[in-house]
Design a protein. Structure first.
Length: 179
DNA sequence: AGTAGGATGGGCT
DNA sequence: GCCCATCCTACTC
């Protein structure tokens, strides 16, 4: 079942946790690529000193202010496309970063790791899919396949690469699913 | 107009 | 662990 807008309109921390075990589906012409989400990070609005939205609205981070369920894809370190999904209410600049996946298709392709910058390569996602509505999309959307998650297999931890974020650097807003 | 610094990943030591 | 590829954004002047 495709995830609906309501799924993403909830509290960002809940969405980040609930995305664990869900499927990302990427359709390119005849080809379908699927992957299960196993790691996410929540970025919680202007008050979150690690969030791109902390300095206000810019051309880059504008999608975060839009409706939930849209993508926010941006270039990191000049070479990595990172995939976020906008969450919470409109005008609340919150999003969940997809940090880790397990590929379910096309495993013959050699990708050694599936960190946030590499999973977009596997899924063939770049900034052309920025600000893209996944709810009505034929190119990129999320699905629940009833995959059972045991709560004990979910852990949380501080987010990666945000040491500048003052008191927010220690917030356990990264969620990891052990399969 | 110029520049510093990233929500990184891979390879080598 | 350290280094480096690589380039856009936002801030400063």
């Amino acid at each position: 079942m495709k995830l609906k807008r309501e799924f993403f309109e909830r509290d960002t921390l809940e969405v980040a946790r609930d995305l664990l075990g869900k499927i990302i589906v990427r359709e390119i012409g005849e080809r379908i690529i699927k992957a299960r989400i196993i790691e996410t990070e929540a970025y919680c609005g202007v008050e979150d000193k690690a969030c791109h939205a902390r300095h206000g609205k810019t051309k880059r981070n504008a999608p975060m202010w839009g409706p939930a369920g849209f993508t926010y894809v941006y270039l990191c370190m000049g070479l990595h496309n990172l995939l976020n999904i906008v969450t919470g209410e409109k005008d609340q600049p919150e999003a969940v970063l997809i940090r880790g996946i397990i590929p379910l298709t096309g495993t013959s392709e050699k990708f050694k790791s599936y960190g946030p910058g590499n999973l977009t390569k596997y899924l063939k996602i770049n900034r052309g899919l920025n600000n893209h509505d996944t709810i009505y999309s034929r190119q990129l959307w999320f699905e629940d396949d009833e995959f059972a998650i045991a709560l004990k297999n979910i852990t949380s931890a501080p987010r990666i690469g945000i040491s500048y974020a003052a008191e927010y650097r220690h917030k356990p807003w990264r969620f990891i699913l052990k399969i």
